[in-house]
Design a binder for this molecule. Structure first.
Ligand SMILES: O=C(O)c1ccccc1NCC(=O)[C@H](O)[C@H](O)COP(=O)(O)O
Length: 231
């Protein structure tokens, strides 16, 4: 089993960034959405962006942000990707890409088969697609809720695995997520926290340990099937 691209979202400290990078995480996400317990102001994002420079791809997550905010993020943070986690339409996604000149990742909320129709609508305008669970009733956050959706819905996408899977991924289910869904990438956030907005180094290590163990198991499955073929 090849390890998918790993993005850890909602990081707020240099120490947490270092833990993720030591374990081979390739992308980190900063949340710029005031109601979130993971929200970072511009200055904090600039500081952490500098800390990660040249070591990880940086994504800034926004929710239906206005042009002025997006232009400020592009100019001051210079992220590798802007993640659009609100109700942005395909036309708005294209407009934001043109305005900022940045690659954009559109988050699509999934709870029923019809939700996946959005994938085809956003493909022409978004550089990447992230499939997340729908927000639970009463939550003010469109993401970072720690809930999963029914991964079997993704069977309808056939061999198209060009998306990041997110929503409630944690050390206990990450191996199953990779085995079952085979996504291009995985995104995890609150499943690696001891309290809302507080990442836990122990949980981050357990998450990567589980991924590494699954990769090893996959490798030995592959070699034993080779052995059977050539026996
Ligand atoms: O994490 C947040 O607080 C957040 C707030 C508003 C919009 C998006 C947010 N998170 C975006 C992410 O990419 C999360 O990693 C993704 O939703 C999965 O979160 P979780 O279920 O907690 O792993």
């Amino acid at each position: 089993m090849t390890r998918p691209h790993i993005k850890i979202c909602g990081l707020k400290t240099e120490a947490d960034i270092d833990t993720v990078l030591e374990r081979g995480g390739k992308e980190i996400g900063f949340i710029h959405f005031a109601p979130s317990p993971r929200h970072l102001e511009m200055d904090a994002m600039m500081r952490l962006r500098a800390h990660a420079l040249g070591r990880a791809a940086v994504t800034v997550v926004t929710v239906d942000a206005d042009n002025e905010t997006l232009a400020r993020i592009a100019e001051r943070i210079r992220p590798d990707t802007l993640q659009l986690h609100g109700s942005e339409s395909p036309a708005r996604v294209a407009e934001i890409a043109a305005l900022t000149g940045l690659p954009v990742m559109k988050a699509i909320s999934v709870s029923m088969p019809q939700d996946l129709e959005a994938v085809a609508r956003f493909r022409p305008v978004a550089d990447r697609i992230l499939l997340d669970a729908k927000r639970p009733k009463g939550s003010v956050l469109p993401g970072g809720n720690g809930v999963s959706f029914d991964w079997s819905l993704l069977d309808a996408l056939g061999e198209d695995r060009q998306f990041l899977l997110s929503g409630g991924i944690n050390p206990s289910n990450v191996a199953e997520a990779v085995r079952r869904v085979r996504p291009q990438g995985l995104d995890a956030s609150s499943g690696l926290e001891s309290a809302p907005g507080r990442k836990d180094a122990g949980l981050i290590h357990r998450f990567f340990d589980a991924l590494d163990a699954a990769a090893l198991a996959g490798a030995s499955d592959a070699s034993s099937s080779l052995e059977r073929r050539f026996a």
